[in-house]
Design a protein around this ligand. Structure first.
Ligand SMILES: Cc1cc2nc3c(=O)[nH]c(=O)nc-3n(C[C@H](O)[C@H](O)[C@H](O)COP(=O)(O)OP(=O)(O)OC[C@H]3O[C@@H](n4cnc5c(N)ncnc54)[C@H](O)[C@@H]3O)c2cc1C
Length: 311
């Protein structure tokens, strides 16, 4: 219930304006976000690479309703990839980028899907030039079909384009089976949005069981599974399944969010596993932060107190 309320708050324009226009809870924001600008994000990525971790960078923003803004976000990604190449960080996919389809136009009233596909194509071309890859994030349930259509279409030209499957959705086992093909990069997460009840598993245990089933199909397949979770039980299951399937560390990776279980990120990397940190930056942090608070309500009291104090 609290999670659903919080996720509804992530879409509220009034709350977004209040939160973003006041210097609220900087401590909470800084825990999850690498700063407002690309320079800070590149510096943070360099530190993580130095600690033996891989990185995927996300320029914060979503639900763009303006084609100019979608183009500006695309340009930001292209400039970022240039910086990463210059810094020697992009090579071999050490630092890649994650793109939200609605940030580059998917939600536009006219030709949203076409615009997002064109913009993601431009980001993919820049990533290829820099020597790295792109992963397309998954957002609200209403965007899943269009997002998967875009990924399928773009993979003709960019076979290393990654996509995301949300285990909370009932459809996801079938999606994983279809995506477990040679070279296919698939990030498996639980899902950070609130889909309609009929489309989702109601209980946390149901989502976890779905995650384990999806994991099974991805690990048994011939793609490149990207296991995005902080859940200790699922990490153990993933390690055991990978071992039993004879998958060596370079044939899959773990992924975790910046600021969440950093000691576990280091522990896994020390075992020789590939571990990638999802590292967001930018000033439009509100939606991202509220989804993180929905996963971890313990942080909520601190955040709301600072919001009330400063408003
Ligand atoms: C690399 C990466 C990329 C992602 N991309 C997407 C995407 O494209 N689309 C999408 O819908 N979702 C995405 N997610 C979010 C994901 O769907 C979950 O909402 C999130 O990962 C929490 O689920 P969990 O698997 O960690 O399990 P949970 O059961 O939520 O958490 C397990 C444990 O991890 C710790 N933890 C989890 N979250 C937090 C937090 N915010 N703060 C502090 N501790 C925490 C706690 O100890 C918790 O007990 C992504 C997650 C990761 C790691």
């Amino acid at each position: 219930m609290l999670r659903r309320m919080l996720l509804a708050a992530s879409a509220s324009e009034r709350l977004r304006e209040l939160a973003v226009s006041t210097p609220v809870a900087r401590g909470v924001v800084a825990r999850y976000v690498a700063g407002d600008r690309a320079a800070g994000a590149v510096a943070a990525a360099r530190r993580l690479r130095g600690a033996g971790l891989l990185v995927t960078l996300d320029y914060l923003g979503e639900d763009t309703t303006d084609a100019g803004q979608a183009a500006a976000v695309t340009s930001e990604y292209i400039a970022l990839l240039g910086r990463l190449a210059d810094a020697g960080l992009a090579r071999g996919g050490g630092v890649e980028v994650s793109v939200k389809p609605t940030a580059v136009g998917l939600g536009l009233a006219d030709h949203g899907e076409k615009t997002a596909a064109e913009n993601i194509t431009r980001v993919c071309a820049a990533a290829r030039g820099a020597g790295t890859t792109v992963t397309v994030d998954m957002e609200e349930h209403s965007h899943v079909d269009a997002t998967l259509r875009i990924v399928r279409a773009l993979r003709d030209g960019f076979p290393d384009l990654g996509c995301v499957i949300q285990a909370q959705l009932r459809r996801s086992f079938a999606d994983c089976a279809a995506l477990a093909t040679p070279g296919s990069r698939v990030r498996l997460c639980k899902g950070a949005y609130a889909p309609p009840p009929e489309a989702t598993f109601a209980s946390r245990a149901g989502v976890d069981r779905s995650y384990a089933r999806c994991l099974g199909v991805l690990i048994a397949g011939s793609g490149y599974p990207m296991i995005a979770t902080h859940d200790p039980r699922l990490i153990k299951i993933a390690a055991a399944r990978a071992y039993l399937a004879g998958r060596a560390p370079p044939s899959f990776e773990y992924q975790m969010l910046y600021g969440v279980r950093p000691a576990e990120q280091q522990r896994l990397a020390a075992t020789g596993a590939r571990v990638r940190v999802y590292l967001p930056y930018g000033s439009d942090w509100y939606g991202y932060l509220v989804r993180r608070l929905a996963e971890r309500p313990a942080n909520l009291t601190f955040f709301l107190r600072s919001l009330v104090r400063r408003s």
